[in-house]
Ligand binder design. Structure first.
Ligand code: SAH
Ligand code: SF4
Length: 400
């Protein structure tokens, strides 16, 4: 996500120049998908398929490299495996990625993918190119159960958790689309197109911790997708009991969707707050493994006009995070059809940022990216779900 000083309004964007729709495919596969299996899971699957124990390590290593370093789509590409073995693999296993149903490219270069996964469900992933890095915003669930009142995804009822293969598959599909698989014999370029991952797409990653963990382990594996742990950020709305385990088992950088400084307001914006209120959330942040100045927590704060954007809020925010190595990401509210909030005025955002800054915390304002294609934070929602109405009950309680 791009950050910049709160000096000028965001640039205007125009309608997407590039829209591609691919035909949908019927699916009826009984073969086991190799994408998303852990290293141990891959070995187990091969053993079950009859690969002798003494070959397991080698075979798993070969397949792992084809899947995640070369981006193989088909066993026939695996030139260092015998034809017979490739044919055996093909009868039992498959290499299945999410299918790109449509791809929208914003005038600012942001790409939004609508992806179709097993069962005909759809999720979105967003690629955000910047000068020195490229960030892929990845979904963890189809929809979200957590009805935050300012979030488009929250208006879609949860259909299901994504599998590890569907989560890591989003990275693979983005690399396919960007043409980022190394050519044989060529060294990969220093700056990768997909260099950073943010778990900030659809869904609450800590309601799907195991699958997110398995997928991120493949992403971080030096012989897998080989992304640095410190370039992966997991954003949670505050699932307190899962935070420590996420730190220990995934170890990604943590982002917290705070968005309010009193329980009264946060209860209305982020309803999970009624279960785990601000004080408990802050304690879990202080207890987050590996927390240090080099690995700060990002507090996300959506700027909602007249709801959470006063100077008093900014001062309370600073007191809440006192002592936590942190930075604050101010996110101007991104509107969506039917939303009941408005974005705070630019002067208000600047004044808020100034207070947080003076207290010693970086407080960049996140430039909305891909607004013209509804790809900005909180705007994601499967196209098939987009026609649904906003929830009047929540709207009534949280209006500005
Ligand atoms: N469910 C997780 C991760 C996905 S949301 C979470 O809530 O943290 C990614 C970020 O976008 C969150 O901080 C979320 O609160 C914020 N967001 C949601 N809707 C938004 C909107 N309409 N405008 C700006 N930010 C929004
Ligand atoms: Fe779910 Fe996050 Fe949206 Fe809340 S902000 S509804 S937790 S995706």
């Amino acid at each position: 996500m791009t950050e910049r000083a709160a000096a000028s309004p965001p640039p205007a964007t125009a309608i997407a120049p590039d829209f591609a729709t691919l035909p949908r495919r019927a699916e009826a596969s009984t073969r086991v998908n190799l994408v998303g299996l852990t290293r141990d899971g891959l070995s187990d699957a091969l053993r079950e398929a009859g690969v002798p124990d003494r070959q397991l390590r080698m075979r798993a290593g070969q397949l792992w490299a084809w899947l995640y370093q070369r981006g193989a789509r088909d066993f026939s590409e695996m030139s260092n495996l015998s034809k017979g073995f490739r044919a055996d693999l093909d009868t039992t296993f498959e290499i299945r990625r999410p299918e790109i149903v449509s791809r929208l490219v914003s005038t600012d270069g942001t790409r939004k993918y609508l992806l179709r996964i097993a069962g005909g469900h759809e999720v979105e992933a967003v690629y955000i190119p910047e000068e020195d890095r490229g960030t892929l915003c990845v979904s963890s669930q189809v929809g979200c159960t957590l009805t935050c009142s300012f979030c488009h995804t929250g208006t879609q009822k949860l259909v299901r958790n994504l599998t590890a293969g569907e989560i890591v598959g989003q990275i693979i599909v983005a690399r396919d689309d960007l043409g980022e698989w190394p050519e044989p014999g060529r060294r990969p370029p220093e700056t990768r197109l997909v260099s950073n991952i943010v778990l900030m797409g659809m869904g609450e990653p800590l309601y799907n911790t195991d699958n997110v963990r398995d997928a991120m382990r493949i992403a971080m594996d030096g012989e897998g997708l080989s992304l640095s742990r410190r370039r992966i950020t997991l954003s949670t709305s505050g699932v307190v009991p899962e935070m420590r385990r996420a730190g220990e088992e995934i170890g990604a950088l943590l982002a917290i969707s705070l968005h309010a400084t009193t329980d009264e307001v946060r209860d209305r914006l982020v309803p999970i707050n009624r279960k785990w209120p601000i004080a408990e959330l802050m304690q879990a942040c202080r207890d987050y493994p590996r927390l240090s100045n080099a690995e700060r927590i990002t507090f996300e704060y959506v700027m909602l006009k007249g709801v959470n954007d006063t100077d008093a809020d900014a001062k309370r925010l600073v007191r809440l995070i006192a002592g936590i190595p942190a930075k604050v990401n101010l996110i101007p509210f991104n509107p969506w059809p039917g939303a009941i909030y408005e974005r705070s005025d630019w002067e208000r955002i600047e004044s808020f940022a100034e207070i947080v800054n003076r207290a010693g915390y970086a407080a960049p304002v996140r430039t909305p990216r891909g607004e013209d294609i509804l790809a900005a934070c909180g705007q994601l929602k499967s196209a098939s779900e987009r026609a649904r109405r906003p929830r009047p009950g929540i709207a009534a309680g949280t209006g500005p």
